[in-house]
Write a protein that binds this ligand. Structure first.
Ligand code: ZN
Length: 344
């Protein structure tokens, strides 16, 4: 089968012919239809320090996908051949306390599809049947391909109650935009999203027209708050950028007792002003992955009840044109880039 492989310990990815994965008694084999490129895949493409430490070479990469079950292992009963699915990319063990308590996303032994074990940028991917998530008929395959990052957005946005709250999102990358869309769907009042990249802000305006986008390089958040007649500050913050200045700015514009969910991964350690956090009684919550499988349930339910992310997909390409897809992602101007694997 064709697959996109980290074949050499250097920059790039290579389309190669590799063996179709063999499945075990508890696995499914999925015929991949659509995949999406993640920021993680860009790290792997560039082969930066993180990728060097974490990604074995050679490896089939990719973890955002939708497809159809082609084959099921001997002991699989929950899903069947021909079923449309996406899948949780964290493959967990069965030993840790977290797993035994049903908190699968907190398993320290987790292995990542397309990061530590063979991934989904291929015609076929092997997955434990446990991880397969059946798709409702009305969720299209290209949306299935972005459920993994949407899960991060939903997990972050549902960390705190948003009904009637004023929400500040820092970082208008695809997951930031998704989280703004989810906040709107969940009944937030004002949603303000900041970035310094005008292309991302204008994409956000297209996907979530009622969000107030703010380019913090040229506009002051205080002015925006005044315009929205917000007197005290934001009730909930969703930190999606991993950028230190964005985090400080968020803390400075929260209400007393405000709550912040943090997903954006900083590239290096940064300073917390503990005095300010304490004196303002701020709650910080770190978000990792998706809850298996409560987040999946919630996001599929939201997609079925009007959450619309079609416009977030800015590029639809055949998998053979993956280089153009990666270039679009690296430009910082794209939304989600979806590759089609049905005709490679
Ligand atoms: Zn991803």
């Amino acid at each position: 089968m064709k697959a996109l492989v980290k074949a050499k310990p250097e920059e790039g990815l290579w389309m190669q012919e590799v063996d179709r994965p063999e499945i075990g008694p508890d696995d499914v084999l999925i015929r991949v239809h659509k995949t999406a490129i993640c920021g993680t895949d860009i790290h792997i493409w560039k082969y930066d320090d993180w990728a060097r430490k974490n990604v074995p070479v050679p490896l089939v990469v990719g973890h955002e996908y939708g497809g159809v079950i082609e084959e099921v292992g001997r002991d699989v009963t929950r899903v069947k051949v021909g079923q449309r699915v996406s899948g949780e990319g964290h493959v967990v063990g069965e030993k840790s306390r977290a797993v035994r308590a049903g908190r699968f996303h907190l398993d320290p032994e987790t292995k990542g599809i397309g990061v530590n074990i063979p991934g989904a940028f291929a015609e076929y991917v092997r997955l434990p049947a446990f991880n397969a998530v059946p798709l409702p008929d009305d969720v299209p395959m290209e949306i299935a391909a972005i459920l993994d990052p949407l899960g991060n957005a939903v997990h972050t946005a549902t960390a705190f109650d948003l009904v009637g709250e004023d929400v500040l999102v820092t970082g208008a990358g695809p997951i930031g935009i998704m989280s703004a869309a989810v906040a709107r769907h969940c009944g937030a009042r004002h949603i303000v999203i900041t970035d310094i990249n005008p292309d991302r802000l204008s994409l956000c305006q297209t996907v979530v027209p009622s969000a107030r986008t703010v380019n913090t390089a040229s506009e002051d958040l205080r002015d925006v708050m005044a315009e929205l007649k917000m007197t005290e500050g934001f009730d909930v913050g969703l930190e999606m950028s991993g950028a230190e200045p964005a985090f400080h700015q968020m803390v400075d514009h929260m209400v007393m007792g405000g709550k912040i969910a943090m997903l954006g991964l900083p590239a290096k350690p940064f300073t917390l002003d503990m005095g300010t956090l304490i004196m303002r009684a701020i709650t910080l919550k770190a978000i990792y992955g998706r809850e298996m499988f409560e987040t999946w349930h919630k996001m599929l339910a939201m997609l079925q009840s009007g959450l619309n992310l079609e416009k977030l997909i800015t590029h639809r390409l055949p998998a053979s044109e993956f280089k153009a897809g990666f270039d679009a992602m690296k430009s910082g101007k794209s939304g989600k880039v979806v590759l089609d694997w049905t005709d490679v």
